[in-house]
Ligand binder design. Structure first.
Ligand code: EPU
Length: 342
C-alpha cells in the first residue's frame, strides 16, 4: 500500500468533536487544500474507504470507532470578492471557524450574520445543516458555494436554490451526503443593513443594555451574551448545541395538544403548520438537569445533551432514545436528532 505522508492511522478524534467522545478513526487526513481530494480519489486504497467529512465536529455523535478515512477540513481564507450597489460578496474557505468568520465581517462593518454569532462549527458546515439562531438562517445570506464532487472529481458551483435549504436541512444532508465536499461559501451581505427580526430574547437583552438604535455589533454582543448564559461552552462541557430539531406538527395535532397543554410553546409556520419548542416538551417530561451516568440534560436548556466526562457515543444515543420515547408517550410527537450519528 502506498501511504501518503499526511495520512495518520488509528487517530483519536477526542479533540475533534465538541461532544468530547474518544472514538478513533482508522485513517485521518488534514485537508488544507482542495487538491488533497483528487489525490485521495486517485488512490485505489484510500478511495475505497468510507469517508467522513469533519468540520468543527459540533454536529456529530461518534457512536463507535470510524472504520474509514476522516477528512478534516482545514482550508483557510476570507476575502471580499465582489460588490454591487446592494451587496458585498464575501467568500470564506470551508475550514474557517464560523464565529471567527462572523467577527471578520463585523470588523469590516458588514452586517447580516450577527444573529449567528458564537455558533460553534466551521464555515463549510454552515450550509450542510443550514445553521440558524434568533430568526436568521445561513441560507438567508448564502449566495453560492463551491464543492468537490467525489464521484466525478469535478468542482461544482451550487447557487442558493440548488442547495434546497430547509430548517436545519439541505441537499448535502441527503442526496449528496458524503459525495460532495463543500470547499468554500460565498455570502451576499446587504449594504443597507437592518436589524434582523425581532426575536424576543434579543430585543430584551438590547433593552437591558440600554441600546436603542442597535448596530450589527450590538446585536452580535447581545446574542453572544444570551448564548453564553443559556448554552454550555463545548470547551468546558461536551455538547453539540440543540440535540433535537423543533418538531413540526399540523394544525389539527397542534390544536389538540394545546387543549390538553395550554402552556404549549409553538410557533405558527406557513401552510398552517406549527413548530413546537422541543426544549419545552423535554422540560415538561422532567428531563432538565437529569444525569444518567456520564451524560445528562443541560440544567439551563433541556434541548442540550451534555457529556459530563468520559461519555461514549452509545451513552449519548441511549439517553437521546429514552428522551424521544418519553416525549412520544406524553405528547405523541416524534423528536428528530439534529446531529448526525456516525
Ligand atoms: N424551553 C423550555 N425549557 C427548556 C428550553 C426551552 O420551556 O429547557 C422553552 C423556552 O422557554 C422557549 C422555547 O422553549 O419558550 C424555545 O426555547 P429557546 O428560545 O431557547 O430556543 P430553542 O427552540 O430551544 C432554537 C434553536 C437554537 C437557537 C435558538 C435561538 C433549534 C433546534 N434550536 O432553540 O439553535 O440558538 O432557537 O434562536 O432550532 C442549535 O441548533 O444547535 C441551536 C442552539
Amino acid at each position: 500500500m502506498t501511504l501518503s505522508p499526511s495520512i495518520q492511522y488509528d487517530f483519536s478524534l477526542l479533540h475533534y468533536n465538541t461532544f468530547g467522545v474518544n472514538a478513533r478513526a482508522y485513517a485521518y487526513v488534514e485537508a488544507t487544500s482542495p487538491e488533497i481530494f483528487s489525490s485521495i480519489r486517485d488512490d485505489n486504497t484510500l478511495s475505497a474507504l468510507p469517508r467522513l467529512i469533519l468540520g468543527g465536529g459540533s454536529n456529530i455523535v461518534l457512536t463507535q470507532d470510524f472504520a474509514g478515512l476522516v477528512m478534516h477540513m482545514r482550508m483557510k481564507g476570507i476575502d471580499i470578492v465582489a460588490e454591487n450597489d446592494d451587496f458585498t460578496f464575501v467568500r470564506a474557505a470551508a475550514g474557517e471557524s464560523w464565529h471567527e468568520f462572523v467577527m471578520w465581517t463585523l470588523d469590516r462593518n458588514l452586517g447580516g450574520l450577527e444573529n449567528l454569532s458564537l455558533i460553534p462549527g466551521s464555515v463549510g458546515a454552515a450550509p450542510i445543516q443550514n445553521i440558524g439562531a434568533y430568526g436568521v438562517e445561513a441560507k438567508d445570506y448564502i449566495h453560492a458555494l463551491r464543492a468537490y464532487d467525489f464521484q466525478t472529481g469535478e468542482i461544482i458551483t451550487f447557487h442558493n436554490a440548488d442547495c434546497r435549504f430547509g430548517y436545519r436541512d439541505s441537499i448535502f444532508k441527503h442526496a449528496l451526503q458524503s459525495r460532495v465536499i463543500v470547499l468554500e461559501v460565498t455570502f451576499a451581505l446587504p449594504k443597507k443593513w437592518q436589524v434582523n427580526g425581532h426575536y424576543a430574547d434579543v430585543t430584551r437583552k438590547l433593552e437591558e443594555r440600554g441600546v436603542r438604535a442597535p448596530s450589527a455589533r450590538d446585536v452580535s454582543e447581545a446574542v453572544i451574551s444570551i448564548r453564553t448564559d443559556k448554552l454550555p461552552d463545548p470547551s468546558k462541557i461536551g455538547n453539540a448545541g440543540s440535540f433535537f430539531k423543533n418538531p413540526m406538527v399540523d394544525a389539527k395535532q397542534h390544536d389538540a395538544l394545546q387543549r390538553l397543554f395550554p402552556d404549549l410553546v409553538s410557533y405558527r409556520q406557513p401552510a398552517s403548520e406549527y413548530k413546537l419548542a422541543a426544549g419545552w416538551l423535554i422540560d415538561q417530561c422532567g428531563w432538565k438537569g437529569q444525569v444518567r451516568g456520564a451524560v445528562g440534560v443541560y440544567e439551563k436548556q433541556a434541548l442540550v445533551l451534555v457529556n459530563l466526562g468520559g461519555a461514549t457515543g452509545a451513552d449519548i444515543v441511549h439517553l437521546a432514545n429514552t428522551i424521544q420515547a418519553d416525549v412520544f408517550d406524553r405528547f405523541g410527537v416524534q423528536l428528530e436528532p439534529e446531529p448526525v450519528y456516525v
